[in-house]
Write a protein that binds this ligand. Structure first.
Ligand code: UDP
Ligand code: MG
Length: 340
């Protein structure tokens, strides 16, 4: 019996790429200020890709319940250089859900995820596409070339996060890979088939396998506004990513339990030994209290971790849709219209 899904029929060869093309998925949350400029740059990019690889491009803007004029501006964007889809979600569902909506609406085969704030340089896309079409890679992911501008504490936290999530994993999630990523048609098809509600794209894109390659880049400064991911939100996202993706925290809990039990056992032995050899009873009030508090604290933390997983099970069980689409606009590129 076959329980896997065969996506090998979706070839990644250049011939196929020419027929299918590339869907650029851009999640937007309050990005009204820079949207027109970004669209112009994507238009240029589409022309270049058409010339060089014969790729037909479309862009899928996913408005993730923006509170500003993002949707209005997106609706008005011209489809001169490439097809435009605008998918407007019914509220703010978060970036991962927006990416999923984009992935579901992408029609051109290969999919490129790109932030809407100008931090992911369109100029790099040619190189990413090259790795796919010329070199036959299925997942081309990008990573920040360095983290010099980030605090030591933050880097430490990031490192800890990846060590934990990759602990014992067969397929490691590359450290500091971003969401700027190109997927070949079969990799995109594979990603669409994963049924979970709690999506952690970085992890999933790595989990599906195929031929993957890393490209380092220098992220541009945010074109406008400030990041929507505060330290608190990042922490939430990390817990989300960890618990929806890996059982490492549960394993850590078991390990810690085993270590504590061993220490307690050895401590007990040493007390026995002391009483045996000296004949004195050991005064034990402080050690008792410390022992109790340690065990109590560790147990509470571990119950919290188990609780996180139960929460995940609950939300998977409810099987709610990942997003709702309130409005969907589609415009075909002028150039193509005249051909058809
Ligand atoms: N974004 C989104 N929904 C949200 C938050 C962010 O679609 O709830 C989009 C945002 O518009 C941007 C991308 O996700 O295109 C990355 O967001 P941001 O630049 O704030 O994050 P950072 O670059 O700091 O990780
Ligand atoms: Mg950003």
């Amino acid at each position: 019996m076959m329980l896997g899904t065969d996506v090998s029929g979706l070839s990644t060869t250049a011939a196929n790429a020419a027929v299918q093309g590339l869907s650029i998925v851009v999640p937007l949350y309050n990005e009204a200020t820079g949207l027109a400029a970004l669209h112009a740059r994507l238009g240029e990019l589409a022309k270049k890709l058409k010339e060089k690889y014969g790729l037909v491009c479309e862009v899928v803007y996913v408005d993730d319940g923006s509170a500003d004029a993002t949707l209005g501006i997106a609706r008005g964007l011209s489809a001169d250089a490439l097809d435009v889809q605008v998918v407007s979600l019914s509220r703010n569902f978060g970036k991962e859900a927006a990416l999923m909506a984009g992935l579901d609406h992408a029609k051109r085969g290969a999919v490129l995820f790109m932030d809407g704030d100008g931090q992911h340089p369109p100029d790099l896309v040619e190189k990413l596409v090259g790795h796919w079409i010329d070199d036959g890679y299925d997942v081309v992911y990008t990573a920040k070339a360095h983290r010099d501008n980030e605090s030591f504490l933050r880097r430490l936290a990031v490192h800890g996060f990846y060590s934990l999530i990759n602990w014992g994993a067969r397929q490691k999630i590359p450290e500091d890979a971003g969401d700027f990523r190109l997927l070949s048609p079969r990799a995109a098809a594979a990603l669409r088939q994963l049924p979970e509600r709690n999506r952690f794209f970085k992890g999933l894109a790595s989990w599906i396998g195929f031929r993957q390659i890393r490209v380092d880049y220098e992220p541009a400064a945010r074109a406008h506004g400030v990041t929507t991911f505060s330290a608190g939100r990042l922490l939430g996202l990390s817990i989300e990513g960890l618990t929806s993706f890996s059982v490492a925290p549960l394993r850590l809990a078991s390990l810690l339990g085993a270590v504590l039990a061993t220490v307690a056992f050895l401590f007990g032995l040493s007390i026995l030994w002391e009483t045996w050899t000296t004949g004195k009873s050991v005064p034990g009030y402080p050690s008792l209290v410390i022992g109790l508090m340690t065990i109590g604290g560790v147990q509470l933390i571990m119950i919290g971790i188990v609780g996180e997983y139960i929460g995940k099970i609950l939300s998977e069980l409810k099987a709610r849709p990942i997003y709702f689409v309130a409005e969907h606009v589609e415009k075909r590129a002028e150039a193509e219209k005249s051909i058809n």
